[in-house]
Structure formats: C-alpha cells, structure tokens
Design a binder for this molecule. Sequence first.
Ligand code: PLP
Length: 350
Amino acid sequence: MYSKSFVKWVVIALLAVMVLAACQPAAETPVVTDTELNLLCTPQEEWCQGMKQEFEAKYGITVNYVRMSSGEALARVNAEKDNPQFDIWWGGPIDSFISAKGSGLLEPYDSPNYANLVDPAKTKDADNQWVGIYMGSLGFATNTDWLAANPGVEAPTSWDDLLKPEFKGQIMVAHPSSSGTSYTALATILQIKGEEAGWEFLKQYAAQVSQFTKSGAAPAKFVGQGEAAVAIVFSHDTVNEIDNNKLPLKLTFPAEGTGYEIGGMGIMKGAKHMQAAKLWFDWALTAEAQALGPTYKAYQAPTVKGVTLSHPELMEVNLIDYDFQWAGTNKKAFVERFTNEIVSADNLKQ
Ligand code: PLP
C-alpha cells in the first residue's frame, strides 16, 4: 500500500499538470470572431460549392462565393483595390496571383501549414503572398466520334499538329483575357518556341480556332458535344468530362512538352474578414481539404503531403520547365498583345 503522503503528492502533481495544460495557448485553433467569409473562387462551380459547404460545416462560418475565371477575377480585384469585396481568392493558375502581387493586391501570410507543402520552393511565394493548392497539366481533348468520321486523322500529339489543315475551324480554346487555362497555353507556346516564333505560331493557331470561350474548361464540354474536334484544356478537365459526363473524348499531350499550372491562393490586402481568410488559407493547405477534390470532380494533383493522387498519370507527361514568374510578370502585356493583335475578347462563347 502507498503511504498517505505519497498519494497526496501524486494528487498534487497531477493537478499541477492539469493546470499547466489548461494554461497552454491553443496553438491549433486560432481565435476567429468573423462569422462570414467572402471567397473569390476560380475553379469549377461544383468544387467551389463543395468547398464552401465543407468549410461552413467544419467552422460554422458562412462562405459567400462568386465563381469567376482567372482573367475576370484579376480584373475585378484590380478594380476593387481600394475597397476589396473579397477576403480570399482560391484557385486558378498562379500567373494571375503573381500579377496581383505585382499590383500590391495581396496580403502576406505566414501560414503554419506551409510545413505541409511537398515542394515549398516551387509552390510558395518567397514573400508569403500566394501559395499553390493544386497542380495540373495542359492537354488536348479530341472528339472520338469526329475521329471515327475522319479516317486517317489522328488526335494531335504536338503543338504543330494544331496547324494541320484537317483542324481548320475545328479547335476550341478559351480566350487568354478571361481564362487562366488559355493564358497557360499562350505562355507555354511562347516558352517552347521562343517569343518571336511563338507569336507567329499563336497567329496561325488562332486562325484554326472555331470559337474562343470565356471559361477555360468549357471547350472540353463543347468538343465532347461535337461542336468542334479538338479542345485545348487542362487534362483534369478532360478526365472529368470522360469519367463523369461520359463524353466521347480522347486525351493526348504534345510530345515536345506541355505547360502546367500551379493553382494559387492568396488573401486580399484589406480583407474585411481577415481571421476567416487566414482560417480558410490554413485549411486549404491540409491533406484533409485537398483530399476532397475528387469528391467534387476535381482531379488536379495536390500540393501537400499525405494525399493520394487521383490521376498521377496526368503529371507524368513531358512537362516544360514552366517559368511562372516570367508568365505572371508578363501576363498583362501578353494578354493585351493577343487581344489587340490577334483576336479581340468580344463575343466569347459562354
Ligand atoms: N477549373 C479548373 C478545374 C481548373 O483547373 C482551372 C485552372 O486553374 C480553372 C477552372 C481556371 O479557369 P479559367 O481557365 O476559366 O480561368
């Protein structure tokens, strides 16, 4: 048996440990008094809606979101610079976030969850103004019914194939002024071919296009429905149309190399719900949040550790060493040049 004084000291020691534990700051749960979050959401509607609901259920904070393609979103945050209506911008290629950083629109944030990133050197801004939340490669989606009706014609496997006479008026892609997908294609072509030859190529390629769309993923759907033969889209968007919408599409990649996106996230400078924005930012960098993608038909590769890739093959293609800094810094000038000299942004297909 233990002596009474031994038991007394054990009880005192236990109480002391409990008091000390209770005094520790709750490092995992920052105090958030915001009850709302205004989210600018650039990925597909279904993923935006799903993430809104997941966040609301987890944290009890109402998320008001607007879905906008990258170029529209960038124009909007630039216009609202002095009175930002959004607290956080989630999704869309980081070229736009690099451009937004250059315009002084983003709030630096040192998230504890940067530690979760697989490749922080590549997927995080050195000044903590943006971070990568997914990655995806560009590819071609060709309508297989159209291929069957055109014997001898093969799905494109190089950028130059897009200029073949059989694809005249048969290509669909978004316009780089509204779409981050399309801007990634433009910047990829300039990087592969060099600027001078690249702009010449872009002129010829634009002449092959039947219609430019507003949103980046839309051409996969339109081509799957038979409106044209080939779409230039992110490969995960093609996977979505094949797997979920059963559209007759074949996915191919340019053998000489293709561009890819790092999907970005950044907090708006002057955000009215700064605590909630930081909470979303931290959450979006967890394995738990990034693993939700396929639930909402988003098949991009995650940027954090501990998430199984739904489609690893999409990133196992020949990727160019895409220069995100260069693409982001030149975005405004390149989009203006494309719009003024090649194809205007009027009458984009919705
Ligand atoms: N939707 C998905 C699934 C994407 O991967 C991306 C790119 O980040 C976008 C939308 C971006 O849309 P947009 O090209 O319309 O700017």
